[in-house]
Design a protein around this ligand. Structure first.
Ligand code: PRX
Length: 634
């Protein structure tokens, strides 16, 4: 185990919901709901009834090929149909589905009916490009309506989408495109970031020659960044031109419950990113149920999830969850403190946001500016707050609770992962809360903290977080890498349980306190960055022979990268080289890989079999005992 997990649980503050929250909540008796969840199949099949199925399932859960679980076998359904088409014949037809705004104050609204037409046009256009059920379409787009439309269009015709976060750069982009075998890439002329336009098309141009599977590149005109149309190559086409003249009607593809829905890449402890594969019906059921329970979604809600669509939070809780529940989802393109640190609070007031779901790093960032900015705006529309991505520090929790929630509304600290697809450990609005814990597993989820042998550890003791029973939105495999799927998640701890890769402990109320990763994955501002990916990027620089990176704690980002490098002869680590290395990493991986510090070493600590012992570097960096060094090379 790499981190100290024996610290005593000293956070004793308890926050209970007020009567108004209880009165309004869909679920008032949490214990009873958790009890219901113990009958897994009954619980999840009841939740699956909320959707329109073309054909009902035979079996709720098929465990015959563990860990390749199947949910709602032989059912026929379509996610886009349930998220969009279904609402057209109801009183939600003219309700706003997507409310887009950005740091410049531009605004675009699409009602469910308008969204339906746009999705159909794009779905027809994709078919004209030769996209069929099962083909992969990649997107490298900013937070713009066309991204949501394109994802839903894929889903409607049974194509698999693979969204690459627009903050990733050339190296990361190429690797993801090629692994996913994408046929079509949808990108844009740029994205707005702090008053500037970041040219995404340029990054695509620099990468595309290394992506042989891509037959067509579709370009969305989004920022007005000039694109020279006559310079578009033969395989490039503007989005507007592509959908022009397409019909606003498109037949829906009846998907099997287990047909692939999307691939989303995330970092693991080896260099190659993991293509997490999610399938159709279980994902829908899990995401819609958790959003409804955890954020108590009602008619009239204005839902704002601040995550980027390029991450799982955006997939599950910015697009699919809210639309499956017929809610209005706000899409914001910009930074939390631009043009000023009141930017987010201004949006809450202007539109009357009711539920706000964000990340600890953003809260810590905004906390630096004090209460002045939130106090300038009327935040009384807010009813529930949420946090995701990393453990929220009690100070940040309290700041959020006092300054944004005005000590009246609860904070849902939701623990989950790209792999889990849906919230797993989280309070609901009626739960008693303690700052810094995601509280209890949701109904239908069996989570525990265990030792290496798979035995539950006593309360207060640290251990590995595991999930003991399957859940509907679970990922089904790693794309192109079944072996890694089994080895990384299902083998290390005995008992056929899912190993989440996090360390945790339980307190006397059974509340689970997450303590960070147990593997070599860094969590930078809530984004997973694999040490090995950063290390290979360093080694691809001409001055570097070998590298090892560790996470170093940072007051705002949670963690940043500390790199130890062995340089080629003749190179010295001076300011010019440091700057050059930072630029190189940014070019390869994008701004997510934040370098805090670089140090030159003569040798790296390694085991006799040649593995880098990052644990030793970490201990040395923190001035801690080096622990067991018996396997260390001379
Ligand atoms: O370490 C945990 C942390 O984020 C990891 C999952 O990262 P990713 O797949 O990128 O998904 C992030 C958004 C769901 C977890 O293994 N994490 C996520 N949420 C929390 C958290 N750690 C503590 N508390 C949370 N609420």
């Amino acid at each position: 185990m790499t981190k100290d997990t024996s610290v005593l649980l000293d956070e004793k503050r308890l926050f209970k919901p007020n009567y108004k929250i209880v009165e309004e909540a869909h679920v008032k008796n949490w214990e009873a709901e958790i009890e219901k969840g113990k009958d897994l199949e009954k619980y999840w099949s009841e939740k699956a009834e909320q959707f329109e199925w073309f054909e009902k399932w035979d079996k709720v859960l098929d465990e015959s090929k563990k860990p390749f679980y199947k949910w709602f076998t032989n059912g026929k359904i379509n996610l886009a149909y349930n998220a969009v088409d279904r609402w057209i014949s109801t009183d939600k037809r003219n309700q706003v589905a997507i409310l887009y705004t950005n740091e410049r104050g531009d605004e675009k609204k699409l009602t469910y009916y308008e969204l339906y037409r746009e999705v159909n046009k794009m779905a027809n256009a994709l078919k004209n490009l030769g996209i069929k059920k099962g083909d992969t379409v990649s997107m490298y787009l900013p937070m713009c309506p066309e991204l949501l439309i394109s994802m839903l269009a894929c889903t409607k015709i049974g194509a698999v989408h693979s969204v690459v976060y627009s903050g990733l750069s050339v190296g990361a982009f190429v690797e993801r495109m090629n692994d996913a075998d994408a046929k079509v890439l949808i990108t844009a002329d740029g994205t707005f970031r702090r008053g500037k336009i970041i040219d995404l098309k340029k990054i695509v141009d620099e990468s595309i020659l290394q992506c042989p599977t891509i037959e067509t590149v579709v370009v969305v005109r989004h920022t007005g960044n000039p694109i020279n149309v006559s310079e578009l190559s033969g395989r490039e086409i503007l989005y507007d031109r592509l959908v022009e003249g397409e019909s606003g009607e498109c037949p829906v593809e009846e998907m099997d419950s287990e047909d692939p829905l999307f691939i989303l890449y995330t970092s693991g402890s080896t260099g190659k990113p993991k293509g997490v594969l999610h399938t159709t019906a279980g994902y829908m059921v899990g995401v819609a149920t958790t959003l409804k329970n955890v954020f108590d979604i009602h008619n009239g809600d204005l839902w704002w999830c601040t995550a980027d669509i390029g991450w799982i939070t955006g997939h599950s809780y910015l697009i699919y969850g809210p639309l499956l529940l017929g809610t209005t989802t706000l899409v914001y393109e910009g930074a939390p403190d631009y043009p000023d640190p009141g930017a987010w609070w201004k949006i809450v007031e202007k539109y009357g946001v009711t539920k706000l779901y964000t990340a600890p790093t953003a809260i810590r960032h905004l906390m630096r500016y004090g209460s002045k900015y939130p106090n300038m705006y009327n935040l009384s529309s807010l009813k529930i707050l949420g946090s995701v991505g990393e453990p929220i520090n009690p100070e940040a929790w309290m700041w959020f609770y006092k300054n944004i929630g005005k000590e009246k509304i609860p904070i849902m600290d939701t623990w989950w992962q790209t792999e889990t697809g849906m919230h797993m450990i989280s309070p609901i609005p009626v739960s008693p809360l303690k700052p810094g814990t995601a509280t209890l597993p949701l109904p239908g989820i069996d989570a525990d903290v265990v030792d290496e042998k798979g035995n539950s550890v006593p309360l207060g003791k640290g251990g590995y977080l595991v999930i003991k029973k399957p859940w509907p939105a679970m990922f089904r495999t790693l794309y192109n890498d079944e072996e890694r799927f089994i080895n990384v998640y299902w083998k290390e701890i005995p008992g056929g349980v899912y190993r989440a890769g996090d360390l945790a402990r339980k307190d006397e109320d059974g509340y689970i306190w997450i303590q960070g990763r147990s593997d070599d994955v860094l969590n930078i501002a809530g984004h997973r960055v694999g040490s090995a990916e950063v290390e290979s990027a360093f080694v691809s620089h001409p001055a570097v022979v070998e590298s090892a990176v560790i996470g170093k704690s940072d007051p705002i980002k949670g963690e940043v990268i500390k790199a130890f490098l062995i340089l080629k002869e003749g190179y010295k680590l001076n300011t010019t080289l440091i700057e050059d290395l930072k630029k190189h990493i940014r070019y390869e991986l994008g701004p997510v890989a934040v370098i805090g510090d670089i140090e030159q070493l003569d040798a790296l600590p390694k085991t006799r079999s040649g593995k880098i012992m990052r644990r030793i570097l970490r201990a040395q960096e923190m001035g801690e005992d080096l622990g067991d060094t018996s396997t260390l090379e001379e």
